[in-house]
Design a protein around this ligand. Structure first.
Ligand SMILES: *Cc1c(COP(=O)(O)O)cnc(C)c1O
Length: 443
């Protein structure tokens, strides 16, 4: 396999040395470390529109988009303007602001929730929503699906997709048996497993939590059987047993459509979690649901939840501006870019004879470098049957051509409204060489 070197990586290599001395693995979130593709992560100096610029002086077309948040592209002038204005008015008050009310209202306008609470990360949102679900139902058990990632919440760090999958950590040390004892992990799209779990201990189950359309083991779609989608099936069986249905839209929310996966399949959850796009590149996330459920939170109810920086004015300004700018036209444009790119990737891999499966939820998609004659990836067990070597070769060839892909075969590719013809053309031009590199690596 020949990897075309980018202009330079010297500074990133030196930075990574320094970083590894002061931070475990040199990164503040594991999947940034390039462990599954090898090589040195690029250290980023700045970003603008569809591009990120590393400290080595390379301009890279960005298909990671901060793992989802940058729906409008990097450093959108209106978002930066709103952030600067907010910062000048003070950076945190620990008291309510009108902008938080506006952000909540924008979320409620798009999503089937009556009330939301703002938090700082997707992890915090899922952690809090589980507490609420358990507090409301008085039950302990949670059903989750293998390969679905809900942040690094102790109880949900069992078979948790991407970062964990990439690193092959079976669960993780530091999470006690007692914590995961109440977590039931089932195969995604496996309805019989769900039926059996409810039949066995239905009265102990507080909630079923799922990614609305999983994006953390590659993009996997909720399958339809007998005209009923997997999310609708989960909502129905949960309700049959008095449990809650929680849809985690941290990745899909405000991305796969204006109303997330809910906008695509219309399934109404009891509780939902949001993050990524709604923070516009700042730490902001939320959970929400029917008022009757949300009213169980302190200070009205008895389920405690809090946060010094929750609803932070700068993060709120970024999120509010991002959501307001994300018009239906923006989604149509990203959908078109995504469709074109998916077709171009497919054509390049076909030409090189590389087996693949491409799956998408709206504009969110991933390319599975499948090993066998796999034609669809419905679950985590299938997702793990990939050639990480083929992807590593593909990834490094693209990087050498100035295209920044997610550094793991288990991740979705993210586009933004700033990915125009110039950016798309650069990606398309880089594809044939990368497809050949993948072919050599897998052959
Ligand atoms: C990213 C993600 C999370 C965690 O969000 P953080 O902000 O990284 O804590 C939770 N759920 C899903 C579906 C995600 O994609």
């Amino acid at each position: 396999m020949t990897v075309r070197p980018a202009a330079s990586t010297v500074r990133s290599e030196a930075a990574f040395e320094r970083a590894q001395a002061v931070t475990p693995g040199g990164v503040n979130s594991p999947v940034r470390a390039f462990r599954s593709v090898g090589g040195t992560p690029r250290f980023i100096a700045r970003a603008s529109g569809a591009y990120i610029y590393d400290i080595d002086g390379n301009e890279l077309v960005d298909l990671v988009c901060s793992w989802g948040p940058m729906l409008l592209g990097h450093a959108h002038p209106d978002v930066i303007g709103a952030v600067a204005d907010a910062a000048r008015r003070g950076t945190s008050y620990g008291a309510p602001t009108l902008a938080e009310v506006d952000l909540a209202a924008e979320i409620i306008d798009r999503m089937p929730v009556e009330q939301v609470r703002l938090v700082n990360s997707g992890t915090e949102a899922t952690m809090s929503v589980l507490r609420l679900a358990r507090g409301v139902t008085g039950r302990n058990k949670i059903i989750k699906f293998a390969g679905c990632y809900h942040g690094h919440v102790d109880a949900l760090l069992a078979a948790a997709g991407s970062g964990v999958a990439t690193l092959s950590i079976p669960g993780t040390p530091g999470v006690t048996e007692g914590t995961t004892l109440d977590t039931v992990v089932l195969g995604y799209n496996d309805r019989n497993a769900v039926r059996e779990a409810f039949a066995s201990f239905g009265t102990e189950i507080a909630a079923v939590i799922t990614e609305a359309a999983p994006g953390n083991m590659g993009v996997i779609l909720p399958a339809t059987e007998d005209g009923i989608g997997f999310n609708a099936f989960l909502a129905a069986i949960a309700h049959e047993y008095g449990a809650l249905f929680i849809s985690d839209e941290v990745m899909t929310g405000f991305r796969v459509s204006r109303s997330g996966q809910f906008g695509l399949d219309g399934v109404q959850p009891d509780l939902m979690t949001f993050g990524k796009v709604m923070g516009g590149g700042f730490p902001a996330a939320a959970f929400g649901g029917r008022a009757e459920l949300m009213q169980n939170l302190a200070p009205v109810g008895s389920v405690y939840q809090a946060g010094t920086l929750s609803g932070n004015p700068i993060a709120t300004a970024a999120g509010l501006t991002t959501l307001r700018l994300a018009t239906p036209q923006v989604y149509q444009q990203i959908d078109r870019t995504s469709a074109t790119l998916r077709a171009e990737v497919a054509a390049a891999l076909d030409a090189a004879g590389v087996p693949y499966v491409i799956q998408n939820a709206g504009n969110l998609f991933s390319v599975f470098f499948v090993t066998e004659n796999v034609t669809a990836v419905p679950d985590y067990a299938t997702a793990t049957q990939q050639s990480t070597g083929a992807y590593a070769a593909f990834f490094h060839s693209m990087l050498g051509s100035g295209i920044y892909l997610p550094p793991s075969v288990y991740e979705a590719w993210f586009l933004s409204a700033a990915h125009d013809h110039r950016a798309l053309n650069r990606i398309v031009e880089a594809l044939p060489a990368a497809a050949s590199a993948a072919a050599s690596a897998s052959g």
